[in-house]
Design a binder for this molecule. Structure first.
Ligand SMILES: NC(=O)c1ccc[n+]([C@@H]2O[C@H](COP(=O)([O-])OP(=O)(O)OC[C@H]3O[C@@H](n4cnc5c(N)ncnc54)[C@H](OP(=O)(O)O)[C@@H]3O)[C@@H](O)[C@H]2O)c1
Length: 324
């Protein structure tokens, strides 16, 4: 099968499309999925660059990618919740014990998948797993956003931010978001009530006494965010690690989120999508052969929404039984 792999850490130039890779073997509590589409997340280039190599060293060659949507081809003997032919979406990143989603077939843990939302095609569904579960965990579990609250979401045009705005609006909150100038119309359409251009304005001089801040950016943005919360307010970051004592001194709570892409969260996302409460925004779709361009686009072109790699071509769909 074809897979986008790396033999060493580095820039997008280290990515190879290998056509003679073996299909992954599944272990207990795993499924083998024929990947239709896979979306890219910043974690995928951080892994490729070797930023996580001390924590989780890769065995080379290693297949890139995590998020996917596709069709189950095989289930491990102990799997009872899913069956061959089910249309699913989820995570298959190597760091979590998957085999990597930028390939024609991937092994994924059943705890990281769910049935695909019925109203989405594979491309859209592939855009949802990591950003959707991250936004859900922050907005519903940590911030517990509710009506009458004022919430600031940093990076509102990004993958996570764009879902977080919709989830916070769904709860009836007043949503302020930081984006760059050319993303203003995009976040307005998502329902943001107040928009701050982070390149020309300093949010810490504009907002105060907030109930919650959701940070998808980190660095200075995180440190300054503690000062715009009211006493008892909650700060959640996807990136920064604020020492609890620093938050305590300011009378707020700081949470450093580690997203868990569970079946339960994926099922909730599917419900929200199918009932029309939230939507997933796709910026651009690439083919597997264009995977280097897809990574470069994600890293350098400021996408509005998700970057997706369509792996299964219409030709291979017609002859899917031959290709196995
Ligand atoms: N901890 C975890 O478990 C976990 C899980 C998932 C993701 N993450 C991390 O969370 C971060 C966000 O992920 P994502 O998928 O949403 O990334 P993304 O799609 O690249 O979005 C990031 C957004 O931040 C914006 N931005 C950059 N600098 C900013 C600033 N100073 N102020 C306001 N906005 C700014 C970018 O806008 P421009 O395009 O205008 O620069 C972009 O829209 C990544 O670092 C990712 O690795 C962590």
């Amino acid at each position: 099968m074809k897979a986008a792999q790396i033999q060493s850490y580095g820039g997008s130039e280290v990515i190879e499309i290998n056509s003679d890779t073996s299909k992954p073997e599944i272990k207990n509590e795993q499924i083998l999925v024929e990947v239709d589409s896979a979306s890219l997340n910043p974690i995928d280039y951080k892994v490729r660059l070797g930023y996580l190599k001390e924590m989780v060293p890769l065995n080379f060659p290693s297949t890139l990618g995590g998020d996917f949507a596709g069709v189950i081809q095989e289930v491990a003997p102990d799997v009872t919740d899913f069956k061959t032919g089910d249309l699913v979406f989820g995570q298959a990143i190597v760091l979590n014990g998957g085999s990597g989603s930028l390939a024609e077939f991937a092994a994924a843990n059943i705890k990281n998948i769910a049935l695909k939302p019925q109203t989405l095609d594979f491309i859209q569904a592939a855009g949802l797993p990591l950003v959707g579960t991250s936004a859900l965990q922050a907005i519903e579990e940590h911030l517990k956003v509710s009506k009458d609250q004022k919430i600031l979401i940093h990076g509102g045009a990004g993958g996570i931010g764009s879902i977080a705005i919709q989830l916070a609006k769904m709860q009836g909150a007043y949503v302020i978001t930081t984006v760059s100038k050319d993303q203003i119309d995009f976040v307005k359409q998502l329902g943001a009530d107040e928009i701050i251009d982070y390149k020309s304005q300093d949010f810490s001089e504009i907002v105060k006494d907030l109930d919650g801040v959701f940070d998808t950016v980190g660095g200075d943005v995180a440190n300054k965010s503690l000062d715009v919360l009211k006493k008892g307010g909650i700060f959640v970051s996807m990136v920064a690690q604020i020492p609890p004592e620093q938050a305590l001194q300011k009378g707020v709570t700081a949470i450093s989120q580690n997203t868990s892409t569970t079946s339960k969260k994926l099922e909730r996302l599917a419900e929200l999508i199918d009932s029309g409460k939230i939507k997933v925004l796709i910026d651009k779709v690439f083919s597997l052969e264009q995977v280097k361009e897809a990574f470069d686009y994600l890293e350098h072109s400021h996408p509005k929404g998700k970057v997706v790699v369509k792996i299964k071509s219409e030709h291979s769909r017609d002859s899917s039984t031959d290709s196995q």
